[in-house]
Write a protein that binds this ligand. Structure first.
Ligand code: BGC
Length: 748
């Protein structure tokens, strides 16, 4: 028996070593091929590979029209195009590239942020699911559709930590927390890139925006960022590191300056950290025009200096600024840029083109039959519906108003978002050529399909999203009085959050909350759906509506998913991935803050405390918050030991019981606090979580492990250390709803 075991281990080791050597051989074969191509290239052709243009039929930045794009591609002066969708169009451009001297294929990049044809919930909404497998699947389906439609490369995931809901791009990331953000970053990279680059259901991921773009001062897009190294390393870099470790093929730098140095020209970020410390082997693309924008930042005088700054700092590809195209050759001739820097960048890009298999078959991703099949796969809609249901956060449910019965006699469905199709797609949807909006399930259709034939569904718009027109109120009030229950769908327009969509006022716009007030005055129960790309401020609604679902933007299956939740076919399980403030004045507000020397113990005593005189210290809804139709009880917290050495670990278990009437899922959250540190430690930090599903009366013991890694942080020398001392352990249903506590000690 023992001998057999030894043999099994030997065979496994041989197999493992064999796999490693095959992988190494594949890599060195690619390196060899890259070198051979590089040797054939002229300086102009090399610079061409670093040059990326926008295809003019879609625009996601300040436009620069090139009439002679085709000629430039034919001359080998372009390495990549963005915003070029569909096999017909990508094939057309690729055929032109094939007329160039060296026939180096083009890369087609696209912002596939939350779905391609099938639109999934916006990334912030998906993050609320805390369901890493579902998030990975969503990215994978997006990759499958995009790759079938000619795309090689998505400019996603955006992994910027965001703690300021005024910033419109908060919708595009995973929220405020570095731990949750890191796991989601990894899930998304794995989802996009599938098993292997080159597979026809995989696209290259592009992790963005490196780095700290989410901390733009005042929440104003493209603004400067000023932060300590501690904060950078502890909060903003971890999701990037996790994505790099997951094997992300590419990174994008950022529009912002970080402590006075534009990210695009930042050698510390790109060379020292990413390509150096983290050993990143892929390539870095600039953000749209960001090389040229360094002139406006004021760190360079002209395009010549901008190109010098970017390539020296490690930026490989130039998206749309033409700085490399217009200046790199001269910089090399002037001996300002060593040709080895150019060669390094070109090699990084060529390597990816080889890995994608484009040199063997440049039209590999241009198969119209596969395209049709992938864009019409019913499984995709199904997955989008499930993802959407998992993203909806139940914020309030007084007297168990929800779920509604499918036999409810009359429902009044009111609001400016009830019948819209496209609004549900949110920002960053992809307009796939030839696809109209009819495949999107409106909220109206979703609810209508679910109701029994004997039920009546009434509709009134009530008001617009913006503006002060109340002429629709009487009609809305009339149908509300005729109904047993009212559903009111309000919120932002989909383009009120997203890139360049910062807002200083994040209240629910227009007269929508006044409409709610009028409807509540009828005495009918009102369920409010809030559609938005960011945490909004809605105190009136929060304090007065009996039931609230935060539905974000849920994508093409929004209507079905909302109906699933409203009628109880899906029991909501989402938890907020970001803190919701009471007013804009509280921003930035996040759960893992420092204690300060004058902490507020409770809201009734603010005297000489770190507080506002006119406002509670507490958020409206905290990080990790979200209700279910059922209830969960937490008990029996047990630790394997209360003292651990750095080389050891603590195993802990806790019992969760579903004490309510519905089957449901709970996200059990584990927070730690390092009581005394050589630098200040946050009052709590998420360190682990698990999402479990329980039937009524079912109990399950869930287990966590605490090891040195979970106790570590960057000290003042930026060393990753775990310091001996006491730690508080908190297990909860949110960052504020802590159900069980204990403590333990890390000893020398
Ligand atoms: C955005 C990027 C995006 C790029 C291409 C830029 O304006 O910041 O996130 O990938 O445009 O569309």
């Amino acid at each position: 028996m023992i001998i057999e075991k030894k043999w099994a281990i030997c065979i496994f080791l041989l197999f493992f070593l064999n796999c490693l050597s095959v992988l190494n051989a594949q890599q060195s074969m690619i390196d060899y091929k890259v070198d051979s191509v590089l040797r054939l290239m002229t300086l102009d052709e090399k610079i061409g590979q670093l040059n990326q243009y926008n295809d003019d039929h879609l625009v996601t930045g300040p436009v620069t029209i090139d009439k002679d794009k085709a000629t430039q591609i034919r001359q080998g002066q372009v390495g990549s195009l963005l915003n070029c969708i569909g096999t017909a169009r990508t094939k057309k451009w690729q055929a032109i590239a094939m007329q160039s001297r060296l026939k180096i294929p083009l890369l087609f990049g696209q912002d596939v942020i939350h779905g391609f044809k099938t639109t999934f919930p916006i990334p912030l909404a998906e993050a609320a699911s805390w369901d890493l497998e579902a998030i990975k699947l969503s990215a994978h389906i997006a990759a499958t559709e995009a790759a079938a439609s000619g795309i090689h490369w998505t400019f996603a995931p955006m992994v910027d930590i965001a703690r300021d809901p005024r910033w419109g791009r908060i919708m595009e990331g995973a929220g405020e927390d570095p731990y949750l953000g890191s796991l989601i970053a990894k899930a998304r990279v794995n989802g996009f890139q599938g098993k292997e680059l080159g597979d026809t259901d995989a696209v290259m991921a592009c992790v963005k925006h490196f780095a700290a773009y989410g901390a733009a001062i005042g929440g104003r897009d493209y603004n400067s960022v000023d932060m300590s190294d501690r904060q950078l390393w502890e909060v903003y870099l971890p999701p990037f590191k996790a994505a790099a470790e997951a094997g992300a093929a590419t990174f994008m730098n950022a529009f912002n300056d970080l402590n006075g140095i534009p990210a695009t020209g930042n050698a510390y970020l790109q060379r020292t950290i990413l390509k150096g410390k983290w050993g990143f082997k892929g390539f870095i693309v600039s953000d749209w025009g960001s090389i040229g924008e360094m002139i406006d930042h004021g760190t360079v005088k002209n395009g010549y200096e901008a190109a010098l700054s970017a390539i020296t700092a490690g930026n490989d590809m130039d998206m749309e600024s033409r700085s490399y195209k217009n200046n790199l050759a001269q910089l090399v001739k002037d001996h300002k840029v060593d040709i080895r820097l150019v060669d390094e960048s070109v090699s990084r890009i060529l390597r990816k083109k080889f890995e994608l298999g484009l040199f063997e078959d440049p039209y590999k991703f241009c198969n119209p039959i596969r395209e049709q099949k992938a864009l019409n796969n019913p499984n995709h809609a199904n997955a989008a519906r499930q993802m959407a249901a998992k993203s909806i956060v139940l914020l309030k449910n007084e007297n168990q108003l929800l779920p509604l019965s499918k036999n409810t006699k009359t429902i009044a469905f009111i609001g400016p978002l009830v019948k819209s199709l496209k609004q549900n797609k949110g920002f960053w949807d992809v307009e796939v050529p030839g696809v109209d909006s009819n495949f999107i399930v409106s909220q109206w259709e979703g609810i209508k399909h679910k109701l029994n034939a004997t039920s009546t569904l009434l509709y009134a718009k009530g008001c617009d999203i913006e503006g002060d027109d109340k002429t629709g109120f009487p009609e809305a009030i009339k149908i509300a009085t005729e109904a047993d229950v009212v559903i009111l769908s309000i919120g932002e327009r989909r383009d009120m959050s997203g890139e360049a969509k910062s807002r200083s006022n994040i209240n629910i716009p227009g007269v929508q909350e006044e409409l709610l007030k009028a409807l509540l005055a009828t005495g009918k129960p009102v369920v409010v759906l809030i559609n938005a790309g960011r945490p909004l401020v809605f105190n009136y609604t929060a304090d007065n509506a009996p039931a609230i679902l935060y539905t974000w933007w849920l994508g093409s299956e929004a209507g079905n998913a909302i109906a699933d939740v409203i009628f109880g076919d899906y029991n909501p399980s989402a938890k907020l991935p970001v803190t919701f403030p009471r007013t804009v004045g509280q921003i930035p507000i996040y759960y893992s803050h420092f204690n300060t020397g004058r902490p507020v113990i409770n809201d009734s005593n603010h005297l000489y405390k770190s507080a506002y005189n006119d406002l509670s210290i507490l958020p409206k809804y905290e990080f990790g918050y979200g209700l279910s139709y059922t209830k969960f009880n937490y008990s029996h917290l047990q630790l394997s030991t209360h003292k651990m050495k750095a080389s050891e670990q603590i195993e802990l278990s806790v019992t969760i019981t579903n004490t309510g009437k519905y089957t449901g899922e709970e996200v059990v959250q584990l927070y730690l606090r390092d009581r005394v540190g050589s630098i200040v430690r946050p009052v709590e930090e998420l360190k682990d979580f698990i999402k479990i599903k329980l039937n009524p009366n079912e109990s399950r013991q869930v287990r966590f492990v605490i090891n040195k890694e979970k106790l570590s942080f960057y000290n003042k020398n930026l060393e990753w250390v775990a310091e001996p001392g006491e730690f508080d352990l908190m297990i909860g249903a949110s960052s504020a709803d802590i159900r069980l506590k204990d403590s333990f000690e890390l000893v020398n």
